[in-house]
Design a binder for this molecule. Structure first.
Ligand SMILES: Nc1ncnc2c1ncn2[C@@H]1O[C@H](COP(=O)(O)OP(=O)(O)OP(=O)(O)O)[C@@H](O)[C@H]1O
Ligand SMILES: [Mg+2]
Length: 367
């Protein structure tokens, strides 16, 4: 398999952020309490850049994307903070304003591709409806455009495909149609939420390459959401690692891989299948479970699973701190690759760190 590519940095003149997210919180009111799904997220995204958002299941990646897009359920949800797209506030924006942005400015590929396509509508019509609604095209124009969009996402025989129904296409082809629909109106910002989860590995790579290519050709900004750090490795300019509703580390991709500071990022990295390992090698999984988002722990939310955790980590939530490397921030008191981090790890090991992922110091505190 080809080596993973590191994306080239775009020129420095693209300095104006397209999207500025500031202290965004999304809370669901549920019978069992308030679920803090997004808990103070801030980041900026410039035009033409791809931001990878990675984290385990339940870390808030989809809710974050949906909050920015304005696609949350209307009941029992509270959103605070700000998400400005080209200077326009999206949080609390009227639905008429959001509707005018969807498709032509902001677009999203949803996590489950099967639910994105209408099973009883021909492929061509699913695309022409979008085009006619947003771009006010005639029938003929929209039909021509649908064919050329299918061609641009490398669907063979597009003239034939427009007359077919989703079930007549393979999973990979359906996902290409979903991408064509999302790109139909030429959005400037695309959220791709686990765009390849349901596909096998070879098709996954093709779809990710296609998204890459479209992002570059259109100079679009893209938020690529995945639970797999390996997926964003060669495709994102920057990576944000999410844990329990927060960004816990964020950096340009190369910096993150060369200089990761957050033990959670390191654990995610170690769970990426390595091609050079013998085939019988067991994959590392991160021991323990993510915290309850209704009653999150007082200190660092990763502490109960962290092999470096010390008393301070249980008591105090580490803020996002600036690393020495540019544009790199992390939330950890005992970071990877630092003397204090190494000492914390050595100390826990001396005291009999348990393989179950619960440092002995925490077991002592609990008993
Ligand atoms: N409508 C809702 N009501 C209550 N809780 C919700 C709702 N939607 C999401 N959540 C909760 O918010 C948290 C974050 O969910 P989210 O779907 O964003 O996770 P994710 O990181 O996208 O996970 P995955 O990788 O499995 O897609 C989860 O604990 C989830 O149960
Ligand atoms: Mg999700």
């Amino acid at each position: 398999m080809a080596r993973r590519r590191i994306v080239a940095e775009p020129s420095k003149d693209q300095t104006e952020p397209l999207l500025v997210v500031d202290d965004l919180h999304t809370t669901f009111r549920t019978p069992s309490g308030r679920v803090r799904a997004v808990n103070g997220v801030s980041f900026e995204l410039k035009q033409g850049r791809t931001l990878g958002i990675v984290g385990e299941s339940g870390s808030g990646k989809s809710v974050l994307s949906r909050t920015i897009m304005g696609l949350l359920p209307s009941n029992n949800v509270e959103v605070t903070g700000s998400a400005r797209y080209r200077g326009n506030e999206l949080v609390g924006a009227k639905s008429s304003v959001l509707r005018s942005l969807w498709g032509s400015e902001l677009s999203m590929i949803f996590q489950d591709p099967m639910t994105s396509l209408n099973p009883v509508m021909r492929i061509g019509k699913q695309i022409t409806e979008v085009l006619r609604h947003h771009l006010d095209m005639s029938n003929d124009e929209a039909e021509d455009m649908a064919v050329s969009l299918l061609r641009s996402v490398k669907i063979p025989e597009p003239e034939k495909r427009v007359r077919q129904y989703p079930h007549e296409l393979s999973g990979g082809m359906r996902q290409r149609v979903v991408i064509a629909v999302a790109l139909a109106c030429g959005p400037h910002l695309l959220f791709a939420d686990e765009p390849t989860t349901a596909l096998d590995v070879t098709v996954q790579a093709q779809i990710l390459d296609l998204l890459d290519e479209q992002q570059r050709e259109r100079f679009m900004s893209m938020v690529l959401v995945t639970h797999d750090l390996g997926v964003v490795a060669g495709r994102a300019h920057d990576i944000a690692v999410m844990y329990a509703g927060r960004i816990v580390e964020m950096a340009p991709t190369r910096t993150l891989f060369q200089n990761m500071r957050m033990p959670y990022t390191q654990a995610l990295f170690e769970s990426i299948p390595k091609l050079d390992l013998p085939s019988h090698t067991r994959l590392t999984v991160i021991p323990g479970r993510p915290p309850d988002l209704v009653n999150p722990p007082t200190g660092c939310s990763f502490a109960p699973r962290c092999e470096r955790a010390q008393a301070r980590c249980l008591e105090e939530q580490p803020p996002l701190m600036e690393a020495e490397t540019p544009d790199h921030r992390y939330a950890c008191f005992y970071p990877v690759g630092t003397p204090e981090g190494d000492e914390a790890l050595a100390e826990n090991r001396r005291r009999g760190y348990q393989a179950a992922g619960v440092p002995v110091m925490i077991q002592e505190k609990a008993s």
